[in-house]
Design a protein around this ligand. Structure first.
Ligand SMILES: Nc1nc2c(ncn2[C@@H]2O[C@H](COP(=O)(O)OP(=O)(O)OP(=O)(O)O)[C@@H](O)[C@H]2O)c(=O)[nH]1
Length: 178
């Protein structure tokens, strides 16, 4: 484990069933930060958990016009043999959901091939931090909640509180925005 990684990084590596390494498509530094994580994860997988899926995820697709990372990301994903997606967490819930479903599917395939059995947690490494998304998935894909059953909350910006027109964001309850 090298400098720059979250404290107790090994702790996360040992119990996670899938890894999402996230960067912003409009931030080269965040992309470069991913390389270190991918190195660590891939060598950890080789040694301990060869079937654990790793997903490289470019976020902020809605900022495409300010894009600074493009084909390098795909090349990096190919180099480490991981899946690659681009999403907009703020604009496109379904694409984010698809990534998590894919993580579960891939993990289940690993389980079928003799990996660990049991409840599955998904841990996302976001740039230089490990965030627990409080997401819990059963190993069976069919048991995942359908989008229609997800509880939604509406968050208003402070301008809304002053009764002026303001943007609202619909968020999945249970997810924290830092
Ligand atoms: N445009 C856009 N902004 C986003 C998206 N996802 C997150 N953000 C914004 O990006 C900023 C950083 O998001 P965070 O969730 O705090 O990401 P983080 O990696 O924890 O960032 P730090 O707290 O700076 O380390 C926030 O202002 C978010 O609102 C997205 O899909 N599109």
């Amino acid at each position: 484990i090298q400098t720059g990684l979250p404290v107790n990084c090994e702790r996360y590596l040992s119990w996670a069933n899938a890894f999402l390494v996230v960067y912003s498509i409009n931030n080269v530094e965040s992309f470069h930060g991913c390389q270190l994580y991918l190195q660590i994860l891939s060598s950890h997988n080789k040694t301990f958990r060869p079937q654990t899926p790793i997903i490289l995820l470019g976020n902020k697709l809605d900022m495409d016009r300010y894009r600074l990372v493009s084909c390098d990301a795909e090349a990096l994903a190919t180099r480490f043999g991981c899946l690659f997606f681009e999403v907009s967490a703020c604009r496109d819930f379904e694409s984010v959901q698809h990534v998590f479903y894919e993580a579960v599917r891939r993990s289940n395939r690993g389980t079928e091939r003799g990996g660990s059995v049991g409840p599955m947690f998904v841990e996302a490494f976001v740039e230089d931090k490990a965030l627990n998304l409080h997401s819990f998935f059963t190993p069976c894909y069919k048991e995942l909640p359908a989008p229609a059953t997800a509880k939604l909350v509406t968050v208003k910006t402070s301008r809304a509180q002053s009764k002026r027109r303001a943007t609202t964001f619909t968020l999945l309850k249970g997810f924290k925005i830092f």
